[in-house]
Design a protein around this ligand. Sequence first.
Ligand code: OGA
Ligand code: MN
Length: 210
Amino acid sequence: MPDIHESIANCLATTGWYAGESIFAAELCDRLVRRARLLADTHELRSARVGRNVGVQANAQLRGDDTRWLAQAPVDASERDAVASVTGLQTYLNEALFLGAHEVELHFARYAPGAFYRTHRDRFRDDDARLVSLVFYLNDHWPDDAGGELVLYADDDSGTVVARVQPRAGTMVCFLSDRFPHEVLPATRERVSLTGWLRRSEVAVHRISP
Ligand code: OGA
Ligand code: MN
């Protein structure tokens, strides 16, 4: 685990992004995907909204996933283990990179077949609290031709692709939230992840999704 933490810190410090082995063990990915499916089956995921406060809009043209935020101290054991693991990474990055992140926010995201998230950045226009974006993929046996890749673009509007990542269980991605426009391509099958952010401070956030 310290090795993965070190790789992630090195990548963030040099290129600003990491894609590779996840800090979540295979058995945790497994428990999390079962948790996400249960939440989906019991209608506890909600259509994600874009923007915040007065800018909130449910915009199916831009984004088609369903999400559910984790509580700060979740009751569910898989959620608790995920929060603990991400908090461990946050502590490491704070020490290695003086990141200054003090808050973890995480949500499950489920994309139905054909759903996508058009090119966007992860910082709100009026809130620079998000420092690092994290995506933990939970999909077992993801075929190469199933689509659903995350595409990261260079921060210069050239459209240059920096990375393309298949959303396979055991893979995670993280990147500096202010740097990389990115998009989620449509897939031919359900695509599930736990996605989150390391945040600067404890400002009150109006959360858009429940
Ligand atoms: C997001 C996002 C990427 C992914 O939720 O903001 O960009 O690969 N997700 O799911
Ligand atoms: Mn994003």
